[in-house]
Ligand binder design. Structure first.
Ligand SMILES: NC(=O)c1ccc[n+]([C@@H]2O[C@H](COP(=O)([O-])OP(=O)(O)OC[C@H]3O[C@@H](n4cnc5c(N)ncnc54)[C@H](OP(=O)(O)O)[C@@H]3O)[C@@H](O)[C@H]2O)c1
Length: 317
């Protein structure tokens, strides 16, 4: 019989949850075991986690009973939502609500809720510096997460609110990497002006979450903001140039231009970057790399991340 504390991980086959699963498995003497939740326990990714030593169980965040069963007997639960699968803030709210209620019913002793700001606290719907989206949001994918904080609080859960940062992995998977411009130069297009963007290796989010669980009760009821580094667009372009061995320039487009780009969620992301730009002191202040490093001593810098991942970035040359 195991005396280890089990952490039930939502999104275990994904970026944030996967990082947490690997962090727990890489520390066999750490006192924790991991239960990876997946919709399909026979998927290649789920089978790989099982091979690494994780207990893999079936659960779907829209099925509260399956979540409750998967959380039952666990010491901790890592909760994350999946906005980019459906682009619906209402679905994201339902996901968060179901996880919170399941954690309550299963009497989990420590919950980490991977959240972001409800930007409407800074930019009310009446503020026309950015358009209101989907009728009642400024940044739908972060507002819905921030709004859901209350569900965890109101249920009296022993929760740590984890404020995450922009994944540098977006340069690989989200089409945000440098692209060749009309002048033939590779350009990093971001609407951040000369402000700093807190960023992080996605894998480090899970490692920091593991650090939070290891602290025990210390961080329950607290908000913990993490980043690997805060960098301007120019600094990121310079790091790209150095890592790739070819010039990358920073193309600081206006927010309105970014919002008009033709990809799903461009308006949402344009507003998100404007929030990070206009409230930069708050936003960076809430995500301290030293806090992240204290939780996760192997925290990667952008240069570290680029050294490992530069070959995976599609350059569209
Ligand atoms: N990209 C960024 O820069 C960034 C920064 C901060 C926060 N975020 C937020 O991160 C969240 C996504 O986290 P991620 O990047 O870790 O996800 P991800 O890598 O896209 O992984 C998606 C995971 O979702 C699971 N999943 C999808 N639908 C599910 C459902 N109905 N029930 C149970 N599991 C389900 C999938 O597992 P199975 O298929 O195995 O079930 C998969 O493991 C989003 O809400 C996003 O807003 C992103």
């Amino acid at each position: 019989m195991t005396t280890k504390k089990t952490i039930a991980v939502v999104g275990a086959t994904g970026a944030q949850g996967g990082g947490l699963v690997r962090a727990i498995l890489n520390d066999p003497q750490g006192g924790f075991a991991v239960r990876a939740l997946a919709r399909d326990v026979n998927s290649e990714k789920a089978k790989k986690l099982a091979q690494l030593g994780a207990e893999v169980v079936a659960a779907n965040v829209y099925d509260r009973a399956s979540l409750e069963k998967a959380f039952y007997g666990a010491y901790g639960a890592f909760c994350v939502t999946f906005f980019w699968e459906h682009l619906s803030p209402e679905k994201e709210s339902a996901e968060a609500t179901n996880m919170a209620h399941a954690a309550k019913r299963a009497a989990v002793q420590h919950v980490i809720w991977s959240t972001l700001e409800d930007t409407r606290k800074w930019v009310p719907l009446s503020d026309d510096r950015m358009p209101t989206l989907k009728g009642k949001y400024k940044v739908p994918h972060t507002d819905a997460k921030g709004e859901a904080d209350k569900v965890f609080t109101d249920l009296g859960l022993p929760v740590t609110f984890l404020l995450t940062s922009f994944y540098w992995d977006n340069f690989i998977y989200f089409g945000m990497g440098p692209k060749k411009g009309p002048d033939g130069k590779l350009a990093l297009t971001l609407p951040m002006g000369d402000k700093k963007l807190p960023g992080i290796a996605a894998e480090d989010i899970g490692r920091c979450a593991y650090g939070i669980f290891k602290r025990g009760h210390e961080l329950i009821g607290k908000t913990v903001g993490i980043a690997g580094e805060h960098l301007t667009g120019s600094q990121m372009a310079a790091a790209f140039s150095k890592a790739l061995g070819k010039e990358v320039v920073y193309n600081a487009v206006p927010h309105a231009v970014y919002r008009s780009l033709r990809f799903p969620g461009a308006e949402d992301l344009g507003n998100m970057f404007q929030f990070k730009h206009d409230f930069n002191d708050y936003f960076c202040g809430a995500r301290n790399p030293e806090t992240a490093r204290a939780l996760n001593p192997s925290l990667e810098s952008f240069e570290d991340w680029l050294a490992q991942n530069k070959f995976r970035i599609p350059l569209d040359e």
